[in-house]
Every structure is written in C-alpha cells, then in structure tokens.
Design a protein around this ligand. Structure first.
Ligand code: GRF
Length: 215
C-alpha cells in the first residue's frame, strides 16, 4: 500500500489499549492513520483518549435502536464511512450481529485477556485462578461472528504467581496487551500479516499463535 493503513477502533471502556496504539503511532513505531473511535458508551475513557489525540469520535446509544442488529449496523456503518481498512476492537464489550460483522472478515481484530481458546467471554482472570492455571495470557484474534472465537494470530503469556488476585493478573496482563496489540497492527500495516481465507504471516498460513518476538 502506498499510504498508511487506516485504522478505526471500537471501545467500551477506559481505552488503555487504544492509548497504547496512539502512543506507538506517536513514537513513529506504527505507521497508521486513525479514522474513527466509536463506542456504545458516551462516557467511555477511550473517547477521551481519542479526542485528546485528535481522532474523530462517535458514541451511539444502543437504547436508541429497536434491535441489536440496527444498532450494530449503525455503528459499523460509521466505521465503514470513516474509510477504515482495519477495525480494532479494543475492549469493545458487545456481541456484534453476525450479518454486520461478516463483511469485516479478515479486516477486524480483537484483543482478549485469555489464552484463547480458553476462557472466551467475561471474567477471564477469575476463571484462570479458579482453574488453578499456572499460566495466563492475552490473545489477538481476527473477529468472526463467534464471540472471541475467530482465528488467533498472536498471544502473550504471563506466569500466575501464588497469591495472585484477579487485579494482579489484570494489571500484569495489560502491560503485555499494550505491546502485543500495536505489534499485531504493525504487522498488518506492513503487510507481513494478512488475510486470505485465513491468517497468513510472511506468506505462510499460521500454524500457531505468534509471539511478540515473532512480530
Ligand atoms: C482489556 O483487558 C482487553 O483485553 C479486553 O478489555 C480490556 C480493555 O481495556 N477486551 P482498555 O479499555 O483497553 O483499557
């Protein structure tokens, strides 16, 4: 591509992963242009992060729409209108209608705080502790209609220490998410990671999740 990758993001929460992407871009480590940050929560910290970075924002209220599909279609329509090549779900806490997400196959990624396929959905840190796992992690995957179920492209791992709480795990893992997500977006921007019916890295189908060192 002869222009920077155009990236939009959806986020429902504080926006620390979005901030990590913006920081990487500002440091010259991520050659992307942010087209839009959208949210289902008008008070989401992510919108403030975006506004401070001069990125256009949109917040739509699901309650203003009769059905989930109508809301999803409106929000994803705004993303499409922004001209984004890539959509990053960075703490976007809603399940998206299958028909709305379908056209984004291979062009949308999500960051999830577990070693997928373990612990899709919520409370991943608690479930990891309850299972007695000695290792926890975060995954970046391509988005499909299945919640946290699309092909995993990269993972970061952390050890679980005796006495760790959910908050301890969340805090240590977030540090890794903030490195992993910009690295994956960077790999897409450079063309090393792309989608051709499934993820390809350096021209070969992915057989295992990439690590930060690979990227
Ligand atoms: C992160 O833990 C991410 O993995 C999950 O939601 C959280 C979002 O945090 N999907 P933030 O809003 O990016 O700070």
């Amino acid at each position: 591509m002869d222009r920077p990758l155009r990236v939009a993001a959806l986020a429902s929460g504080r926006g620390s992963n979005l901030a990590a992407l913006v920081a990487a871009r500002d440091a010259g480590r991520l050659p992307v242009e942010f087209t839009l940050v959208g949210s289902d929560k008008k008070l989401a910290g992510a919108l403030a992060v975006a506004a401070a970075a001069g990125i256009p924002t949109v917040a739509l209220n699901p309650k203003d729409y009769a059905t989930r599909a109508e809301f999803d279609s409106a929000l994803f329509g705004r993303v499409a209108d922004s001209g984004a090549d890539l959509l990053v779900l960075a703490g976007y806490m809603r399940i998206v209608d299958a028909a709305v997400v379908a056209p984004w196959e291979g062009r949308a990624i999500n960051v999830h705080p577990s070693l997928l396929p373990k612990y899709r959905g919520l409370h991943t840190h608690r479930r990891c502790l309850e299972a007695g796992d000695r290792e926890h992690g975060a995954s970046v995957h391509f988005v499909t209609a299945e919640l946290d179920g699309g092909p995993v492209v990269a993972q970061a791992r952390i050890p679980v220490h005796p006495g760790d709480t959910e908050d301890d795990l969340a805090a240590r893992l977030l540090v890794e998410e903030h490195k992993l997500l910009p690295a994956v977006v960077g790999a897409i921007a450079s063309g090393r990671l792309r989608w051709q019916g499934g993820p390809l890295f350096d021209g070969a189908p992915l057989t295992r999740p990439l690590s930060l060192a690979d990227l």
